[in-house]
Design a protein around this ligand. Structure first.
Ligand code: G4P
Length: 288
């Protein structure tokens, strides 16, 4: 769980550091959580990445709703953004990332070869908000490629490159950016997926949001996991929470009940789920 508290000074520093790192690489891998492809994007990401080549990677697809993941992939593709889905925890999708990265650089390397110059390793960095899986992905790359760490002259002090085979070099520390804060429902989605600390929002607010969302979008798995009927789901959220607390044998220990509801959903016990819908995104774009 992230312990970073984001104050304006920290944000300015994170932005500055990310921009410094970006100067060193050919391609940035923007890592998002597949359950919240909109809410897990840094609000200034386009400004920070600028003209640099970017591959958007939706991680944790093992926890997401497959149907909605496909919709999100189409959403990015329709906007000509390079996109892939992975599950860094079990190493799924790594090969596709490497193939895609080579593909993204092929034109540039072709030009180098035409001038008689040798192509060189593709330099990469990973960028994203806390808890999207940046370290997990870096560790997976290391395992897959038996990476060696090497100092490289001319590189920002303290920065190390992991050599992934002969074809890639990856900055060993990812760029860490702050999440969106402006909207309460985004905050609840970040909390429910574990992207922000449980202490930042009231547990009950997060669990009431979860109850409302799952009763609406995933009623079957919600009923099954917590032993509920459709009649129960039709109750107002606060009453449903009271009923669930009792049913879990927790009497009136609402804190425990909230924790359990959030934990079960977060860990995927109810099955794959996605909290951001492409349709909400399209509505927002219309308003802009
Ligand atoms: P960060 O560097 O971006 O901050 O994220 P990090 O890699 O630390 O990952 C945050 C949490 O997300 C970790 O869980 C990690 O195991 C989990 N995770 C990363 N990728 C995936 C994935 O593809 N699928 C699933 N299901 N989980 C993923 P944790 O609970 O904090 O640690 P641990 O239980 O793994 O020890």
């Amino acid at each position: 769980m992230s312990t970073i508290q984001w104050f304006p000074g920290h944000m300015a520093k994170a932005k500055r550091e990310a921009i410094e790192k970006l100067k060193l690489v050919d391609i940035v891998i923007e890592l998002l959580d597949a359950r919240i492809p909109y809410s897990s994007r840094n609000p200034m990401i386009d400004e920070i990445v600028g003209e640099k080549k970017r591959l958007v990677v939706l991680n944790k697809v093992d926890l997401a709703d497959d149907k909605l993941t496909k919709e999100w992939v189409s959403y990015f593709k329709e906007r000509s953004i390079d996109i892939l889905t992975i599950s860094a925890k079990d190493g799924k999708g790594l090969k596709q990332i490497q193939e895609k990265l080579k593909d993204m650089m092929s034109e540039k390397f072709e030009k180098l070869r035409a001038k008689g110059l040798k192509s060189r390793p593709i330099r990469l960095m990973i960028l994203g908000i806390p808890n999207v899986g940046k370290s997990t992905l870096i560790n997976r790359f290391i395992k897959k490629n038996k990476a060696v760490t090497g100092n490289k002259p001319g590189v920002t002090k303290g920065q190390q490159w992991l050599k992934l085979g002969t074809e890639f070099e990856l900055l060993d520390t990812p760029g860490i950016l702050w999440p969106k804060f402006e909207d309460e429902s985004i905050g609840k989605k970040l909390a429910l997926t574990g992207a922000i600390k449980d202490t930042i929002l009231q547990l009950e607010d997060v669990s009431l949001f979860a109850i409302d969302f799952f009763a609406r979008y995933y009623p079957e798995s919600f009923k099954k996991s917590f032993g509920l009927t459709q009649e129960n789901l039709d109750l107002p959220n606060a009453e449903l929470l009271m009923y669930m607390t009792e049913r879990m044998g927790l009497k009136d220990d609402y804190d425990k009940a909230n924790e359990k509801i959030i934990f079960d959903i977060r860990s995927g016990k109810l099955g794959g789920y996605t909290l951001d819908h492409v349709s909400d995104m399209l509505l927002e774009e219309e308003d802009m």
